[in-house]
Design a protein around this ligand. Structure first.
Ligand SMILES: [Zn+2]
Length: 261
């Protein structure tokens, strides 16, 4: 459907796309946004996904905070990660597509959603050595059977011609759901949950991939573990940014936003 932002588009990326298209011929998909038969993601749903417009917070990538003090907090709080950028706000129909990918085994949508990452990546002008999807704990991985972030990161890595490393970062602690937690509580909840493999990350510029970010605490915890093992620069890219419109954009009142890993 959407074919925006194709970059190097090496041969392997075309093969990967061909494989998924072949599956579509055998099992015609339903649009992950509106259920329309015959599409994984229809053009109407695609047209409803808007990139986050400027101005944004330089650090966390959310629509500019209402108060300057929150921008300052971002720089203090997100110290290991260079910056975070998200393609869009977490809202319909993208939020439905993400939920279907995570909780309803609609794995085909991941390849389509990866093209939003390619477009996002094109816009940030950041060189990268390796791509690492945010890992799930082994328990959650067993329960779900797949890591949704890896499913998005794979076609993205093929499209930009950089390797994806799923064994470079591990989540060794099962954390409780982040839903309803404040920024501080979220940060505490995921602190020290990750361990990186020095042999794979030393001196590397890394793009971390996740589906949704709220306060950035998970990406920051990942970046901290990577930095500890000598990674050079870490940036975080996510599909969607969960913000609360009730209290003003992105002022980190996370109780209103129901995202979990
Ligand atoms: Zn649709």
């Amino acid at each position: 459907m959407i074919r925006r932002g194709q970059m190097n588009n090496p041969f392997s990326s075309k093969i990967y796309h061909f494989l998924w298209s072949s599956i579509d011929l055998i099992f015609p998909p339903h649009c992950a946004g509106c259920d329309l038969l015959g599409y994984r993601w229809c053009s109407t749903c695609d047209s409803k996904v808007h990139p986050i417009s400027l101005p944004i917070c330089d650090k966390c990538g959310s629509p500019k905070h209402k108060s300057k003090s929150i921008d300052d907090q971002c720089s203090t709080y997100l110290e290991s990660i260079e910056y975070i950028r998200s393609y869009s706000i977490y809202e319909e129909p993208l939020s439905t597509a993400i939920k279907k990918l995570k909780y309803q085994r609609n794995v085909g949508i991941a390849e389509t959603l990866a093209f939003y990452f390619v477009e996002l990546y094109n816009n940030i002008n950041q060189d990268v050595d390796i791509i690492i999807p945010v890992p799930l704990s082994s328990k959650r991985f067993r329960d779900r059977g797949y890591n949704q972030s890896s499913l998005i990161a794979k076609p993205f890595s093929l499209a930009i011609g950089r390797p994806m490393k799923t064994q470079a970062l591990f989540r060794h602690k099962e954390t409780k759901s982040q839903v309803g937690l404040s920024r501080e509580q979220r940060s505490e909840n995921v602190a020290d949950s990750f361990i990186a493999d020095k042999s794979q990350v030393l001196g590397k510029t890394i793009v971390l991939i996740d589906d949704v970010t709220t306060t950035g605490s998970t990406l920051e915890a990942c970046a901290k573990a990577l930095k500890k093992e000598g990674a050079k620069t870490i940036v975080g890219l996510t599909l969607a940014r969960a913000v609360s419109t009730k209290y003003g954009f992105s002022d980190f009142i996370s109780n209103q936003v129901t995202t979990k890993t």
